[in-house]
Design a protein around this ligand. Structure first.
Ligand code: NAD
Length: 359
């Protein structure tokens, strides 16, 4: 090791139960954290799964609220708070992706009551104390220890129905957390190990779940990778990539995981010359000389969207996106300039392969 060892590492307090069928431990997990009657939260699309889980809990369920929506609109959060209080819930079980977990965080932020997360995508929200709320076309985010789930149940069987394309984009969303954790200003050796292993697990699992969505081992690899990458997200400060995706989602309404998938190879190529440790770790994890090109090729081969234009961004939006991304300073291995951001967004807009020349 050639770089000087100096870091701060803050472990986050939470339990993880991992394994096929582990959802059967939900009652035990409720007992472990003293939760008596939970409100089960989900998106309309996850209702069937949520109701099955609720039925198994019997009198330990205060109700099922299937009102979660992406980016947690403020009125959606308000309705869920009212439902929780009306039902007399003393905590929440969030079943689904970042939208269901995000809704549970929005309620817990006000009530301080505990969350058990049951993730069914690879977004990683369950591993972070970060909450978000959208209002008047703007998404506010913040960090609060009260919204960090107290227990997380990772059951690969609950992810078997995640369609292949969504599995790819959600998996790429997870890899993005690992990439930025590897060059984060608050990176640490433990988190870097988790990031490398997380990216490796996702790269290993992705082709398997696309070829055979019901492949339990492939699903387990993906969810294991999602846990590790999510833990990296929760432990470090994200940089240019997450900033761009936050802007594209929050200000232009682009879909979360798709946007991460399209943008990641281009930010990775941009930062590669300035982040040798990140590049070395990803070369090992992805078994390639060129992580940026590899991720672009993998996404394309597995049917993921390639360009911001196909996600609905208009060329006329690019100027404002550049302006928003460079308005305030933030950490990034390479200086964030309007020219650099424009270069990244132009490439992502068209969907051409990433430019690794360091331009
Ligand atoms: P999502 O939760 O919106 O899910 C996308 C769709 O997939 C939904 O319609 C859902 O019903 C469906 N779905 C979920 N699991 C499924 C399954 N197993 N099978 C079939 N369908 C399934 O999408 P997401 O990408 O997981 O989350 C995105 C949201 O999470 C965004 O709002 C993003 O900002 C937020 N997020 C927050 C954090 C954080 O730390 N706070 C981290 C990551 C993402």
């Amino acid at each position: 090791m050639t770089t000087k060892l100096e870091f701060t590492y803050q472990a986050l307090p939470m339990r993880v139960r991992f394994g096929a069928g582990s959802i059967s431990c939900l009652r035990e997990e409720m007992d472990a954290i003293g939760l008596k009657r939970a409100l089960v939260l989900c998106t309309p699309g996850r209702q069937d799964t949520a109701r099955l889980i609720a039925e198994a809990l019997g009198d330990r369920v205060a109700g099922v609220h299937a009102g979660a929506r992406m980016h947690v609109p403020a009125d959606v959060a308000q309705r869920a708070r009212e439902a929780a209080s009306w039902a007399g819930a003393d905590g929440y079980v969030a079943v689904g992706g970042g939208s269901a977990i995000g809704l549970s965080k929005a309620i817990a932020l006000a009530s301080g009551l505990p969350i058990i997360a049951v993730p069914t995508t690879y977004s990683g929200s369950e591993m972070t104390p970060v909450w978000g709320l959208s209002e008047n076309g703007e998404k506010r985010t913040g960090t609060d220890a009260r919204v960090l789930p107290r227990s997380v149940i990772y059951d690969p069987e609950l992810t078997l129905a995640l369609p292949p394309t969504m599995s790819v984009t959600s998996g790429m969303n997870a890899v993005a957390h690992a990439v930025e954790a590897l060059y984060a200003p608050d990176a640490s050796p433990v988190i870097s190990l988790m990031a490398e292993e997380g990216a490796r697990a996702i790269a290993h699992g992705l082709p398997r779940v696309v070829a055979e969505p019901a492949d339990g081992d492939g699903r387990a690899a993906m969810l294991y990778g999602a846990w590790l990458c999510g833990a990296c997200l929760g432990a470090t400060t994200m940089s240019l990539h997450h900033k761009l995706c936050h802007i594209l989602g929050g200000s232009f309404g682009l879909p979360h995981a798709d946007t991460h998938t399209v943008v990641l190879p281009h930010v990775l190529a941009f930062n590669t010359p300035a982040a040798p440790a990140m590049t070395a770790a990803l070369r090992r994890a992805l078994d390639t000389d060129s992580p940026a090109r590899e991720l672009h090729a993998l996404g394309t081969a597995l049917g993921a969207p390639r360009s911001l234009s196909e996600l609905g961004l208009r060329e006329a939006d690019l100027d404002l996106a550049v302006e928003l991304a460079t308005r305030n300073p933030y950490a990034n291995p390479r200086p964030v300039t309007p020219e650099g951001v424009r270069h990244i967004l132009d490439a992502a807009f068209t969907g051409r392969p990433p430019d690794e020349s360091g331009a």
